[in-house]
Design a binder for this molecule. Structure first.
Ligand code: PSU
Ligand code: MN
Length: 330
């Protein structure tokens, strides 16, 4: 697939630069032809993760949402590239069959992959990528904008357990712009923001002062910076690149007010689920998927519905950010 890039028809310095990087990638790193085409033509591309698909939502809703989110990105003028590992191939841009495979962790063994797990990829291996792993792969493919729901963070009790998501260190070392609805309150939000600061991540709330907290537009905590338009986001990505900071950017897009799921109901579900994690002795990478599923059961599906709405909104915003960024690149 990668040979396409030796094509002499590539003119833009941007795509030439990316082409040079591609020639060093291994044969199991597959960039879908439609993504290759978009890169070649300097069209905006928006990356999507697959852990949300394999371990973040139940089947078949997960698959429907994956298709829908890709469609929203297209409708808003960008090309969607969902990232995941199928049969040992790292894919940037998944076809229908691959999306379907990754949506069925009940049928296939699908490992949730972060940075530490990527070197295990081999024939026969399927894996979903977390925010951290998706960022690494997006960067290798020369892409910049990545949309998700919520990122991982500092878990409650981290001072004892040391459970801090590798998403935070990755954001400190990989220059990708991650668009999310903030940090879910299954996590310790103030500590997560502190860790992001320590790691040198540029954190912006979009069009408001406070950082959003996923189900709710307002975490009550002021973000370091505010971005007010797609152009401002694009300029941040661009300046970050020019200064070769090599660190990530996190844009917290608040859930639209009328969809916001505030208050006691969600918080008591989260508290109950957190208690169960402790009682059942759930550890490591199992914690986040457990919490997501349990909160959904306890809110009788309401948290999942809200989750879907906000991913839709993030997809739209991510496409707008990517469009502005690619405009600046031209
Ligand atoms: N937070 C959410 N929803 C998710 C995740 C986090 O609100 O689906 C997923 C993302 O893929 C994220 C990963 O990168 O969980 C973090 O897992 P861990 O805490 O094990 O690093
Ligand atoms: Mn963890």
């Amino acid at each position: 697939m990668l040979q396409l890039f030796s094509n002499k028809a590539i003119r833009s310095p941007f795509s030439k630069q990316i082409t040079r990087c591609f020639s060093k990638l291994p044969s199991f790193f597959k960039i879908h032809p439609r993504i290759q085409q978009a890169i070649k033509e300097c069209k905006p591309v928006v990356c999507l993760e697959s852990t949300i698909l394999s371990h973040g939502m139940p089947y078949p809703t997960n698959l429907e949402v994956a298709y829908e989110v890709e469609e929203i990105i297209r409708e808003n003028g960008a090309e969607p590239a969902t990232i995941g590992i199928v049969d040992g191939n790292i894919n940037v841009g998944l076809d229908k069959d691959s999306l379907e495979l990754l949506a069925r962790p009940d049928i296939h063994n699908i490992t949730k992959l972060s940075r530490r797990d990527l070197a295990l990829v081999k024939k026969g291996f399927h894996g979903s990528t977390t925010v951290a792993a998706t960022m690494i792969i997006a960067k290798l493919a020369g892409l910049k904008v990545f949309v998700t729901g919520g990122i991982g963070g500092v878990h409650y009790g981290a001072s004892e357990s040391f459970d801090v998501s590798a998403d935070l260190t990755e954001l400190g070392r990989t220059d990708i712009c991650v668009v999310s609805a903030g940090i879910k309150s299954i996590l310790d939000i103030p500590k997560t923001l502190e860790m992001l600061e320590t790691n040198g991540v540029t954190v912006c709330a979009y069009q408001q002062k406070n950082f959003p907290s996923f189900f709710s537009a307002n975490s009550g905590i002021k973000a370091q910076h505010m971005a007010n338009s797609p152009l401002e986001v694009a300029q941040i990505i661009h300046t970050n690149e020019k200064l070769q900071l090599n660190s990530g950017m996190l844009i917290g897009v608040p859930i639209p007010k009328h969809l916001s799921f505030d208050g006691q109901q969600i918080q008591s579900a989260i508290n109950k689920a957190l208690q169960e994690v402790e009682d059942k002795g759930i550890k490591g990478r199992e914690i986040t998927p457990f919490l997501l599923e349990r909160v959904n059961q306890l809110t009788k599906g309401k948290s999942l519905k809200t989750n879907i709405q906000l991913i839709r909104n993030n997809a739209k915003m991510g496409a707008l950010f990517a469009k502005e960024y690619y405009n600046l690149k031209k």
